[in-house]
Design a protein around this ligand. Sequence first.
Ligand code: G3I
Length: 347
Amino acid sequence: MRLRLAGALAAVLVTAGLAAGPAAQAAPDPVRQPTLADLAERHGRYFGSATDNPELTDTAYTRLLGSEVDMITPGNGMKWYATEPQQGVFDWTDGDEIVDLARRHHQKVRAHTLVWHSQLPDWLTSRQWTASELRAVLKKHITTEVRHYRGKVYAWDVVNEAFDEDGSYRETIWYKTLGPGYIADALRWAHQADPHARLYLNDYNIEATGPKSDAYHRLAKDLKARGVPLDGVGFQAHLALQYGYPATLEDNLRRFSRLGLDTALTEVDVRMQLPATEEKLAEQATWYRDLTAACLAVRRCAGVTIWDYTDKYSWIPAFFPGEGAALPWDEELRPKPAYQALREALR
Ligand code: G3I
């Protein structure tokens, strides 16, 4: 109690600008405000951010990344094109750099991603494979990568974006060559390679209930019933103001929890048509607050990850011309209203 009073007094003095004098100046900040990670931890959740290797030379950027969040996802560094650029030749440079950075900051890693149709190396996409050849290629990739990171990552997005909007299987190289069984196989191989990693399926446009999210619900239920090692479903949550807030998010998370699964918001951003106005930024803030509150309201929602934390390194402007301003910090790394809204939701 005495300590708390001393802290409170220091806070008052600092705020009032009265804590001058050499001793006060030399002391470390006595009233460091809790970070998003600190606040999330009080709920038994994490608060994470994606990052990418080219940004890691920006020291102002890495300082905030290293202090504000407790979970890191490599935005590209663990994808197939980066990790197995030639068949059977593995390159861990980018993934390791991010895992090492996270370790130095006592952060965990949500690893992303093993099986996807995008960002595959040419050697894999430029020829035809028989089912047995491709199965062997997939097994080797998963086994080698998951073993390499065994004990170093908290979770894996094992299969990414397996369904189309109407809830049918996406016609990827994996589905077309191996049939839907590739998903259970991938989960089993990943589990064998690291029995402690939490294994996820992950997708976008499944935040609200609808055909695509129903497809995941059916698949997850079936996989659980068959004893396939699935631990969670990741809701990417790449949202856009012009399409409206996914009002059924909380109920949707809850129905997956009822299957005995974790859920997580894995790639959150809330883009808008530029220019960003005060009104749009205020609306964006309420979306960040609401989606965080939805996760907190569902016991098995493990945490929230934003898809990088600053507009400076967002993927949005390159993919959606004329849109942007999607993250809680602006391009100068200044917190936006969305940042305050996250703090409110987590408090
Ligand atoms: O590596 C090349 C580099 O050599 C070249 O100079 C540069 C020039 O454009 O491109 C680099 O590749 C880029 C790559 O990111 C690595 O920076 C690609 O052009 C670019 O398209 C690619 O974008 C990534 C995107 O996935 C690809 O689909 C984004 O950074 C990444 O944030 C994004 O992440 C995905 C998740 O994995 C899955 N969910 C959706 C999410 C957003 O698309």
